[in-house]
Write a protein that binds this ligand. Structure first.
Ligand code: SF4
Length: 462
């Protein structure tokens, strides 16, 4: 059963490696392990030994999908991998990635993080021309187009495709002898490039995957750039003209791991600055600052420091709540909160508590947290959120609820405060968020807060 949470969900993590030593599958396994937070529905690896491509993928977490024996069977110096979280019903084995297709020029594997806003139109056009689709993921549209446009090699086919793709994509492609990475012209989704100590290259959604396998950070793939790794050499070309930069700000708020560095900015430090700024924007008399673990922790530490209030561990997160039998819906979401979070009574009892969360999407989690803390004896509960209210859905591969479910789209702050039952509620301002991330506002996507989307002609795929 798909997880129902009160957070937007990252739609995927991608990884690719050229390892001349031949241990590409093991490195990809470790890289995907580090990217597990970006997708828990399914995982997959495709390797090339220079002759043929082999794929293994299944539903489940990375360590559930792969065993030592399976990895030993995936030999070769080139590999790509993917962890998947479904958006808009793209669930199940069929939609797991990488996608491996065989066409007139050979085999091609592809892993994609993002969402093409014109995917429905592209799919309809391809179907008109006789294409048959097995899955509902954009990646199959991409693979189909690539196969059709491959007349002078896969790199020029990719460049052709990038002229018609609209939306977000961090792509890794694998053929018999090529590893290719590409990033959309807005740079909406992150993609980073690293080197292996003994020679070789790595592509990953986040730098935490480079650190995990002992690779060194080289640079981020630039918006609209294509990087090609062939025979141990790296070359780069501008696949499509870069457009206004619009890195997803939610990477810094919630998606990315705190140890990752995205486009030059460390995620933990950005969250910590957001917490400090939040304390200045929404001060409150209190005895204790606690975090909604884990993504609220960096901001809570920042809030506590700036406010001069002690930080304490007041809530424990059960790390083992994966897929459960609980069915979707409001009541189910509340049960999940109970399964997932528990206050430490001895810490919060009799205290005026500030609870720092990274975001509020539906408001259901905050409501439950307030109830749990009051039950545990907290005298006052003040909710502080290190991002502005989420008021618009995302069309770029992030699973956010509809307008009707978004608490920020339907309510003013005072109404949300009443609804969640807190003694007070404060959201970080948009300016505060931008300043905390440390990038200019016009280099970030902030559409789920502002409704101003960086890609025009947004159409919703169903
Ligand atoms: S709309 Fe929000 S979640 Fe989607 S890409 Fe933009 S900032 Fe990220």
């Amino acid at each position: 059963m798909k997880q129902e949470t009160d957070k937007p969900r990252e739609a995927c993590g991608v990884f690719g490696v050229y390892a001349p030593g031949g241990e590409a599958a093991l490195l990809t396994y470790m890289g995907l392990y580090a990217l597990q937070h970006r997708g828990q529905e399914s995982a997959g690896i495709t390797v090339s030994d220079g002759e043929k491509l082999q794929l293994y993928k299944d539903e489940g977490l990375v360590p559930e999908v792969f065993s030592e024996k399976i990895l030993e069977g995936l030999s070769g110096p080139l590999a790509i991998g993917h962890v998947h979280y479904p958006t808009r019903g793209n669930t199940g084995y069929l939609n797991a990635q990488p996608l491996l297709v065989r066409y007139r020029k050979g085999s091609l594997a592809l892993a994609h993080n993002g969402s093409l806003v014109n995917s429905a139109a592209l799919r309809a056009e391809l179907e008109e021309q006789g294409s048959v689709f097995q899955t509902s993921v954009d990646s199959e549209v991409i693979a189909n187009l690539l196969a059709r446009k491959d007349r002078e090699g896969i790199v020029s086919a990719l460049v052709d495709c990038m002229q018609v793709f609209q939306g977000s994509y961090a792509l890794v492609l694998l053929t018999r002898d090529l590893l290719i990475g590409a990033r959309d012209p807005h740079g909406l989704r992150p993609l980073t490039l690293g080197t292996l100590p003994g020679g070789g290259y790595v592509l990953a959604s986040e730098t935490c995957a480079l650190d995990t396998i002992g690779a060194s950070f080289l640079r981020d793939v630039e918006p609209g750039e294509v990087v090609v790794i062939e025979g141990g050499r790296l070359r780069s070309l501008q696949g499509v003209k870069p457009l206004c930069r619009a890195l997803c700000s939610f990477e810094f708020i919630y998606f990315a791991r705190p140890d990752s560095v995205i486009d030059g900015m460390n995620v933990h430090l950005a969250r910590n600055r957001a917490g400090q700024r939040l304390a200045r924007e929404h001060p409150v008399e209190a005895d204790l600052v606690i975090a909604v673990p884990d993504s609220g922790t960096s901001a809570a530490i920042g809030y506590a420091r700036a406010a001069g209030i002690p930080f304490g561990e007041g809530m424990i997160k059960n790390q083992y709540v994966g897929r459960t039998f609980i069915s979707p819906g409001q009541e189910a979401r509340e049960k999940r909160v109970q399964l997932k979070l528990n206050p430490i009574r001895a810490v919060v009892k009799g205290k005026r508590v500030v609870v720092v969360d990274d975001s509020i999407v539906r408001g259901t989690t905050s409501h439950r947290i307030v109830k749990l803390l009051r039950k545990a004896g907290a005298r006052e509960v003040h909710i502080r959120v290190s991002s502005p209210p989420v008021a618009s859905p995302c069309y770029f591969g992030i699973n956010t609820p509809t307008y009707e479910e978004l608490v920020g789209a339907q309510n003013q702050v005072a109404a949300i405060e009443k609804r969640i039952g807190a003694d007070s509620l404060g959201f970080l301002s948009l300016e505060g968020l931008v300043e905390s991330i440390g990038m200019a506002e016009d280099r970030l996507c902030l559409a789920c807060f502002t409704g101003k989307y960086p890609v025009k002609q947004v159409t919703i795929d169903n």
